[in-house]
Structures are given as structure tokens and as C-alpha cells.
Design a protein around this ligand. Structure first.
Ligand code: P61
Length: 894
């Protein structure tokens, strides 16, 4: 094979669409209301909508294109862009735009065909459009061809042409979604058409999939790129037409294109009657931009390989389980009559209803009634993860195992088209299928860097072996941080766009304050531009110079602000937190003995507050238990010591309580969080984590009006208005929506369990990671990974660099370099010498993370050849950000 299959998506997730998960009771009600015809269901009533048409994910370039539609009536620049893209990709120079593919078919038939004629074709799907016009489609497909099942039977085609003198020959790339042709056959069809003076009209809506098939299976084509093949296919026809909602991943749009100006003239004179002007054809300017960008992107080799591999894997999973299917270029087409032999009438509807009842998956029966008994289970292009697709396949398989219980449907109201049908039925006792996957589908995606090892070797040297100094354009999978790297949801973007700006009080602020009060139960809400700003204000309000601030392990910015306010940080975290091999479940806990000792030594009045971080970052994302929260609060309450949370990752902590504390297993994360917050007097939050946003922070107090007053006084001079904290209303609105989304049980489970899976893959190879897996990251223990490197030669820093060189994955050192030097000028040599692989929220799939694991496993296998580093440039403060190093050879340690 010329192109090895990619092991993960060549893109990451940019924005997501949340999925609804209707309960089985809701699904039954919905089914009854829709008369057992899934056409009547809306997307919010389904879990996965398995249709490819217009449901694909866009790239960020396409999304940007939506906003550059000039929406001119005449001579739109967007049409020029589209025309150029079509010419570049397909080759045809004369383009006639249409509102969608139906518009293109309409113009084509008006130009060349009339009622009573017949058309030879390799596709039956188009029957739906031709039969009502009195034009008959004559099947010319070669039924004996095993591989290129969309090939024309040339003898039959010749006979049909002789017999009925058709107006043109109609061909479809990947006909009906199931039947690809070979280039050789298409060329033979062209020759035959030319010989008879007929045009070959080709529907290229799924040309990319057909090109992939040719690349894979046609002799001599393996070395051709998808782009080359697409052009060869398109240039074989006299006229091409396309559905913009297929390969170019627009949500509508279409066109006819040709090199023949006379044919083009036909189309553009008719387009004004039915579609719009010849320079927009019934499309919005933005649609033309999305389409044009989709054209340029659709032949991207790796993306095509990835999408087709997903399709193959999906079909194979079903076929291996015995489910009767036909291959589809965009999914699997289930043979409903073989699946449900006892449902004689409308088996596809019976199957679709049962699948929806058991799992919430919608597969749609469309078009004219009576064509075939196939139920297409199509994959929306690039919108789903492999984990999700595996589970959709499993849902179909689970139904297959209980197929004899699926009831037949009784026709209540007939019709010619599937959308008209209504049925009556009963609900059988079918076992439900429960999804456990990302509760979103991909809305937009962002291409990621593809680099060679040589490029990465150069990049790491240029970055002085410091991953902070790598350019993101050089990074394939970026696990530097989960801070501000979230993929926002479409609901967040909607709120962002709708927010009204003002330097006074915005609705967005009121929404934000309401969301915070609902999530935490605290009264006073002060927005800040990010977490460290809240930390500064809190420290200034609560710390008197000379006071101590006991806390469960330091965080860099938190400690800096406590010290700037004159406080002294005292670490009171449990000892287990410093031992990466200890599997104690709640390593974030405060050791009450240590806390009591500090209070006794300094006196309660000398304790500013207890700084209580949830899901402790520097310890490895380790949670605090509910009991510990309660005990610390009771202890402090009795002594008049305030408890202030760093609630940056409080939701993740709440999830780990739900998972590991049997008493909370059935409690929603939202309720656990509320209970946790009872045991504190206020909190700072870096919103860039839990809140699912890219910028923002929060300072909040439970009920202390005086603290709030003092904090507001500082907010005005440091940050912005008291009702915006320096954030635009738009960001506040997105943050308010993020706060509502963060406590969704499915979301937080999917997020934290991703880290658990990554850690398990590494541990299976014996790679030392911090136990137990934390909430937001997997931490590699560099001391045990590279035991031959002295800590003063920075094993974690080197390991992060090696991981980048090996795999293009960026991680962060959290060890000797980060901790810095003590007052005596020596390195602190902290107990934890770690590399953090931090997981951004909703951005990477399990396939990305599998590739991360495989890369680290390769480093592990050559670990003995890896040496340390030495500083060549060392800043005084926070040296980990800007420091530069050079490598030492393995074994050079004195
Ligand atoms: C991170 F290398 N965290 O984990 P701000 N509290 C907590 C945080 O995790 C946190 C902040 C407060 C980052 C970014 C970061 O030395 C570093 O919104 C528990 O970033 O101001 C931030 O919130 C500060 C990375 C920060 C660092 C400082 O990647």
C-alpha cells in the first residue's frame, strides 16, 4: 500500500456539539409520537444521528469562511473563490452554482432530458428524482464485477443506448453510496458515450471515496494521490454535478461544471429562473466560501485515509459480528430483510425503530418506498470518534443478538415516500444499550502539524530542549497544559456571539453570577481575567504580613501571590502525596496532624487561611476526600480560621469522589460539588480548566460581605469593572455556559477516564507513572523512567524533550527545573521529578492518546541510551519557562 493508514486523526477538535441522551422512557414516547418513523425525530431526541448528508464536521477554515460571505446579489466574490476552487480541484472551468444537488439535477434535466425518455446509469438512488418526472433510470451496473461494483456493464450500456437513444449517460461516483467504479471502466464509458455522440454526466458528490477505492484496488493506481485521482475522474466526464453537503462538507450547496461553454450557457440561462443569479445560484455567499474551502481540503491525503479507515473499521466490526450489511463508502448499509426476516413489511423501519428504542441511535430510511430494504448507518464525515463509532456498532450488534424479539410494524398510513409513512407497533422487551463515550460530536476541527523526526530533532535544539519554547506549529499532539486549551461548545459560541457588550452590568455577568451561585452555592461573585488575578486579590485581602498560609502542596502562581502579600506558605498535604508510588486514593488530603502542628506553633490568629486546592495539580491531579473536606472545615471553624479553596479543578475532584467513595456513587457530580463547597468560605478559580473556556477566572465568597467589598476595591484597579473583571461580556457568557456544562456527569466522566486509559496503556508496558492516575493528566515518574540520570541533570526535562522528538507530543516538566533553586543556590531536588501529560478538554480522541502512549513506549525501550541536560541559560525566576539546555550523553554523569 502506498499510503500507510494514519493512526490518529490528522486534526484535533476545535468546537463540539453537545449530544442529548434521552432516557429509554423518553425514547419510547418520542417513537410513539413519531409513529415509529424516525423521520419525525429531531437531532436533540437522538444520541447519534447516523446520516452523512450535511452533518459533517467543518474545519476552522470553513467556519471562518462563513463570516467572509460578501452576500452580493451579483458578481459575488465568493463565487469567484468557488469557481477557482472547483477548477483547481476538478479541472472544469465553467461552473453553474445551484442551491443544492436537486437544483443541479433540475437544470441538467431541463437542458437535456424530457419526460418519457430513459437514462442508463450505474446508480439507482437517482430514481427518486427521475421517476416523478417521467424519466426512467435503466440499470447499467455490472452485476458480475466483484470489486468495482459500480462499474458499468459496457455491453449492456451499448445495448441500452442503441435501444432507447438516451439524452445522456448518467454515472455516479460510489453509486448509491455502495458501488465504486474503476477509472478504466469510467474511461470506457466515456469512449462509448463519445462514439454515440452522448454526454457523460457524472455525479461527483462522493468522488473522494471512489478515488480512495481506486487508489487501493485498481492496478497501477496505488502511487497516485487522491487529488490526482479526483481530477482524473472528474475530467473523464463532459459534465459533473455535485452535492455540496457530501465530500466538501458544507451543509448545503451544489453546482454543475463543464468545459463546454455551450452547455454552460444552457445552465446559466436557466439558473436565473429556478435558482438565483449565475454567480450565486441560490446559495448564500457564506455557503460558497464553505464549499470552496471544503474543495481545497477534501483531497487531503491523510484526512481521506483517516475517514475511510474509520468507515472500514465500522463495517468490519458489524460484519465480524455476523450482522448482514453491504459495504458503504460512508458507513454500513444494513440488510434489514436479512436482519429481521420475520418483519415482512417495512423491515428497515422496524429495525430503525428498534435501534432507536434500545440505544437512541438514528439510522434513517429515506426516498421512495419500495426501492430496497437497506438501512443506511452512515458516518457523519469527520464528526465522530472511533470510540463512538465502535459503540454505535456495538449497539447494532446488541440488537442483532435479540433480533427475534423485534416487533414488526403495522402500516397506519401509507405513502410513496418514506417520510410519509406512519406505523403502529408495541414496545418489545429489548435490552437497552448504554453509551459510555464522549457526550459530544465534532463541530469544527483544526488540522495539526505533521512533522518528520528530522524536523523535530531540529526543533528541540532550537527550543533549547525546553518544550515551553517549541512553536505550536511544530507540535502534533499538545499535552503541555489543560489550561485554556478547551474546545468550546456550539452553545458556548452561541452565547459568546449573542452577548451584548457594556462597561456596566451585562446580562452575561448576571448569567455568570447565577451559574456560579448554582454550581457552588456562594453569594459573592467576582470575575477576573484568569486564576492568578483572583489569587492576587484574595492574598491581599486575607493575608497580613507575617501570617502563615497552610496548604495542600504549593502551586507556582498561588504561592507567589501569598508571598507577595507577606504570607509564608506551609505545606500540610499528606505524606503520600510526595510518594509517586503510593496508591493512596485521596492524596490531595490535608494531614490534620500537620495542620494542627502549624496552628499550635504559630497560633490560630497568625494563620491567614487554609489554602485548600482541589484535585491537586502539583501532586499529580490528586483528589481530596469529602471526609477530609469536612474535617478540615470543622477543625478550622472551631478556631476561626477561614478555608479558601483553589477550586480550579473542583469538578474533577467531585467526579473522583463519585467514583471512589461508595457513598456518593449514585450522587450527581453537580450535587457532590455543592456539598464540597459547603466546607469552605470562598474560592479562587482559574476558569481555563473546569469552566471549559479559553480565558477567565473567578473569585467567590460564600457570605463574607466585607471580604467581597475589599476584593471589589482591588478588582477595580487591577482587573476591570466589578461586573466584568476585565473580561468582555462575550467571554463571561461563554464561561456561564461552560459552568453549566462542566457538571454534566457524562462529560466529566469521559474527560477523567481518558487519563485513566492513557495511564493504563503505559503501565501495561511497565512505564512508571504517578499512582493513582489524577484527574487532568498522567504524570510520568522520571526518576524511575531514567534512574541513571542524576536529578541535577534534569531527567524530567530531558524526558519531555525525548518524547517530543520521538512522537511530536509536547509535555511539561514538573520537577527540579520547575521547583528552582533554594536560598543557598542549590537546586531544590524535589521528591517529585515528573513529566506531565496534560489532557485538554474535548480536544483529543482516544486514537490521539493511543499514539501518545505508543510514542512514550518507544522512548521507554531506548531509555538506557538517554542522557541528562545542563543549563546553558538559566533565568532567576520561574526558570522553567525560558531556560535553555544542551544534552549530555548517556553515562556522562560523574
Ligand atoms: C497549568 F506551568 N495552571 O496547570 P491561571 N491554580 C491552579 C492551576 O493549575 C493554575 C492556576 C491556579 C496551569 C497554567 C500554568 O507555572 C505555571 O488562570 C491549580 O493560569 O492564572 C494554572 O491560573 C493559575 C502553568 C500556570 C504553569 C503556572 O498548566
Amino acid at each position: 500500500m502506498a499510503f500507510p493508514p494514519p493512526v490518529h486523526e490528522p486534526h484535533k477538535v476545535k468546537t463540539i456539539r453537545p449530544i442529548a441522551f434521552p432516557s429509554i422512557e423518553q425514547r419510547k414516547r418520542n417513537l410513539a409520537a413519531a409513529h415509529f418513523n424516525l423521520f419525525g425525530l429531531t437531532p436533540r431526541q437522538v444520541v447519534f444521528d447516523m446520516v452523512s448528508y450535511g452533518a459533517g464536521a467543518m474545519t476552522q477554515e470553513q467556519l471562518a469562511g462563513e463570516l467572509v460571505g460578501d452576500e452580493a446579489y451579483a458578481g459575488a466574490r465568493n463565487f469567484e473563490t468557488l469557481n477557482a476552487a472547483i477548477t483547481r480541484v476538478l479541472g472544469q472551468t465553467c461552473v453553474c452554482p445551484t442551491h443544492n444537488t436537486l437544483g443541479a439535477v433540475k437544470l441538467l434535466l431541463r437542458a437535456f432530458a424530457r419526460s418519457g425518455q430513459s437514462l442508463p446509469s450505474n446508480a439507482r438512488g437517482r430514481v427518486d428524482l427521475h421517476a416523478p418526472r417521467g424519466i426512467e433510470i435503466r440499470d447499467a451496473r455490472d452485476r458480475t464485477e466483484p470489486v468495482f461494483t459500480g462499474n458499468f456493464d459496457l455491453g449492456r450500456l451499448a445495448a441500452l443506448i442503441e435501444e432507447s437513444r438516451p439524452p445522456f449517460v448518467g454515472a455516479q461516483a460510489f453509486a448509491d453510496g455502495q458501488h465504486p467504479f474503476s477509472l478504466a471502466n469510467l474511461r470506457a464509458v466515456r469512449e462509448l458515450s463519445d462514439r454515440h455522440g452522448l454526454r457523460l454526466v457524472l455525479d461527483v458528490s462522493r468522488v473522494v471515496e471512489n478515488a480512495w477505492y481506486i487508489q487501493r484496488h485498481e492496478a497501477g493506481m496505488a502511487g497516485r494521490t487522491i487529488a490526482e485521482l479526483v481530477r482524473l475522474i472528474a475530467k473523464t466526464a463532459h459534465i459533473v454535478l455535485m452535492d455540496g453537503a457530501q465530500d466538501p462538507r458544507a451543509n448545503t450547496g451544489g453546482f454543475l461544471a463543464t468545459d463546454n461553454p455551450a452547455d454552460h450557457e444552457h445552465f446559466i440561462n436557466d439558473v436565473v429562473v429556478f435558482e438565483g443569479l449565475h454567480t450565486y445560484g441560490g446559495m448564500a455567499g457564506r455557503t460558497m466560501e464553505v464549499l470552496a474551502r471544503g474543495f481545497d481540503e477534501m483531497c487531503d491525503e491523510t484526512t481521506v485515509q483517516w475517514a475511510m479507515q474509520q468507515t472500514e473499521r465500522f463495517s468490519a466490526r458489524l460484519r465480524d459480528a455476523g450482522v448482514p450489511i453491504e459495504r458503504g463508502c460512508d458507513g454500513a448499509y444494513v440488510k434489514a430483510d436479512a436482519f429481521l426476516p420475520h418483519a415482512v413489511h417495512y423491515p428497515a423501519h422496524a429495525l430503525a425503530s428498534a435501534l432507536y428504542q434500545t440505544s437512541g441511535v438514528r439510522a434513517l430510511v429515506q426516498g421512495l418506498v419500495g426501492r430496497d430494504q437497506l438501512l443506511p448507518v452512515q458516518i457523519p464525515r469527520l464528526a465522530m470518534t472511533s470510540t463512538q463509532l465502535d459503540q454505535v456498532a456495538d449497539a447494532v450488534i446488541a440488537l442483532y443478538h435479540q433480533r427475534q424479539h423485534v416487533p414488526a410494524l403495522e402500516l397506519e398510513r401509507g405513502g410513496e415516500w418514506h417520510d410519509q409513512l406512519r406505523f403502529r407497533s408495541v414496545f418489545a422487551d429489548l435490552e437497552a444499550f448504554a453509551f459510555d463515550c464522549e457526550p459530544w460530536v465534532i463541530h469544527t476541527l483544526e488540522p495539526i502539524a505533521r512533522t518528520t523526526r528530522e524536523q523535530r530533532e531540529r526543533a528541540i535544539v532550537e527550543a533549547g530542549w525546553n518544550t515551553f519554547l517549541l512553536r505550536s506549529a511544530e507540535v502534533t499532539i499538545d499535552l503541555l497544559t489543560d489550561s485554556g486549551t478547551t474546545a468550546m461548545s456550539t452553545d458556548q459560541w452561541a452565547a459568546y456571539d449573542a452577548a451584548l457588550p457594556t462597561p456596566a452590568t451585562s446580562e452575561a455577568y448576571l448569567e455568570f453570577a447565577a451559574a456560579v451561585r448554582d454550581a457552588y452555592g456562594y453569594e459573592f461573585v467576582l470575575p477576573t481575567h484568569q486564576g492568578r488575578a483572583a489569587e492576587q486579590i484574595l492574598s491581599e485581602v486575607l493575608i497580613r504580613p507575617g501570617q502563615i498560609v497552610p496548604g495542600n502542596m504549593y502551586f507556582t502562581t498561588t504561592k507567589v501571590h501569598q508571598e507577595l502579600a507577606g504570607g509564608v506558605f506551609v505545606d500540610v498535604i499528606v505524606d503520600e502525596a510526595h510518594d509517586p508510588a503510593s496508591d493512596f486514593r485521596f492524596k490531595g488530603n490535608i494531614d490534620l496532624g500537620k495542620l494542627d502542628a502549624a496552628v499550635r506553633e504559630h497560633g490560630a490568629s497568625q494563620v491567614a487561611y487554609v489554602s485548600f486546592e482541589l484535585s491537586v495539580n502539583m501532586a499529580g491531579g490528586q483528589p481530596v476526600s469529602m471526609d477530609n473536606l469536612r474535617e478540615v472545615y470543622a477543625y478550622c471553624g472551631a478556631r476561626g480560621i477561614p478555608v479558601l479553596f483553589d477550586a480550579t479543578r473542583a469538578v474533577e475532584n467531585a467526579y473522583l469522589i463519585q467514583k471512589h467513595d461508595a457513598r456518593f456513587r449514585a450522587t450527581r457530580v453537580k450535587d457532590i460539588l455543592r456539598e464540597m463547597m459547603l466546607y469552605g468560605d470562598g474560592a479562587t478559580v482559574s476558569g481555563k480548566k473546569d469552566f471549559l473556556i479559553n480565558i477567565g477566572g473567578l473569585l467567590t465568597f460564600k457570605d463574607n460581605a466585607e471580604w467581597a467589598r475589599q476584593a471589589e476595591a482591588r478588582l477595580r484597579i487591577y482587573e476591570g469593572g466589578v461586573h466584568d473583571g476585565g473580561l468582555p461580556a462575550a467571554d463571561l457568557a461563554a464561561m456561564a455556559q461552560g459552568i453549566r456544562e462542566m457538571v454534566d456527569d457524562r462529560y466529566i466522566r469521559a474527560r477523567v477516564e481518558q487519563a485513566v486509559r492513557l495511564a493504563a496503556w503505559l503501565e501495561a508496558e511497565g512505564i512508571p507513572v504517578v499512582e493513582p492516575t489524577g484527574s487532568h493528566a498522567v504524570f510520568l515518574d522520571a526518576r524511575r523512567f531514567l534512574p541513571h540520570i542524576d536529578q541535577d541533570e534534569y531527567p524530567a526535562q530531558r524526558l519531555a524533550g525525548e518524547i517530543y522528538v520521538e512522537s511530536g507530543v509536547r509535555a511539561m516538566e514538573r520537577g527540579n527545573v520547575s521547583k528552582g533553586r533554594g536560598p543557598d543556590g542549590h537546586n531544590c531536588r524535589p521528591a517529585l521529578e515528573l513529566v506531565r501529560l496534560t489532557l485538554p478538554r474535548r480536544v483529543y480522541t482516544d486514537d490521539h492518546l493511543r499514539a501518545v502512549a505508543d510514542g512514550i513506549i518507544r522512548v521507554w525501550r531506548r531509555r538506557h541510551d538517554i542522557g541528562g541536560l545542563r543549563f546553558v541559560y538559566e533565568p532567576k525566576e520561574l526558570r522553567f519557562f525560558q531556560g535553555r539546555f544542551e544534552p549530555l550523553a548517556a553515562g556522562s554523569t560523574p
